[in-house]
Design a protein around this ligand. Sequence first.
Ligand SMILES: [Zn+2]
Ligand SMILES: [Zn+2]
Length: 236
Amino acid sequence: MTDLLFIRPFFLLPYLPISLFPTLMTLKAAIIPVTPFQQNCTILFDDEEMRGVVVDPGGEVERIRAAVEKAGVAVEAIWLTHGHIDHAGAAMDLKDALGVEIIGPHAADLKLLHNLETQAQMFGLTGQVRNVTPDRFLEDGDVVSFAGHEFQVLHCPGHAPGHVVYYSPDAKFAHVGDVLFNGSIGRTDLAGGDHDALIRSIKDKLLPLGDDVSFICGHGPGGRFGDERRNNPFLI
Ligand SMILES: [Zn+2]
Ligand SMILES: [Zn+2]
């Protein structure tokens, strides 16, 4: 497996003229699958200014740091989508290493974040995981940014009560965490899970953003909302 997979969100939209989206020319993503759960820790960055954020550092902090260094990105913050171990397990270690703040998720995940070390014991990951206290929780409608790239915060409960999605209207790109997957949806059998809420989050908040929105998700390949709206068996 490659350590560092560079993709540009707009490469998922090859049939659209890039000139329609001048502002996303410089938004880039690097994915580092981490933990036994192969979670897509993602470096989102501007490839001219080489500044960005790390989304969901779930574990293997040394690999994440090596990827950040290899990419040459100055990391300005850690953004969390939700409080599960594979997404937040290494957030405190990365915060300490980089000297940056942890932003998000929604405060409804505080209990999960303060229970990570217990989760770690359940999964046999003792010693690699610390409980997380974010520097700032996010609300639906907040805007977060780096290097001029603005992302709207969408509170999308269902997989986890405090799950947030980061959406860039300019880039027509979303980081959806474990809300939606390519051909699947987040599981709802964990603590705080709610199937009906998850479906509402996807159908009422994500899909209306447009068929042409490309996404990176917490596990496996990303995709486009239009393909999920038409073909995802959990949404039909
Ligand atoms: Zn999760
Ligand atoms: Zn996950």
